[in-house]
Design a protein around this ligand. Sequence first.
Ligand SMILES: [Zn+2]
Length: 169
Amino acid sequence: MIRPILKYGDSVLHERAQVVEVLTPEVERLIDDMIETMYAAPGAGLAAPQVGVPLRLFVVDVSVVREPKGLLIFINPEFVELDGRSLEEEGCLSVPGFNATVVRPQRVVIKGRDRHWTDQQIEGTGLLARAFQHEMDHLDGALFVDRLRGLKRDLIVRTFRKLTRAGKW
Ligand SMILES: [Zn+2]
């Protein structure tokens, strides 16, 4: 089932998500729905808070933008390593119509559980590293806009307020 994607300003997106304690049928259904919602959008990643569920869980598939990695599901992910530095344009399904250059480490290793509750550890570089970090931010209540500074951020936030007042957000 495709679930509605919350947009910047919705409180669930701005709060820290909770650890998934146990793999229940509800969590399994959530994972299936998130995968379907991500592909339908279409997007390269989706975190549970984006569909209104404050749990530490995300799905990623950067192959939609031509990197042959395929679908990855992470429950309770944690960073193991972060290094390097890269600047790339980034967008978000919860911030439709906006893109900005975000500085992030170029390589990460994250560990967590997969959809069968098995431990997994995966290294990501380039696009995959960026997707992992973007989704990890969602689990901590941060959006890419929160990583911007100065004029660029002010401009985007002012535009959100204007759109919200006009009932267009
Ligand atoms: Zn996002």
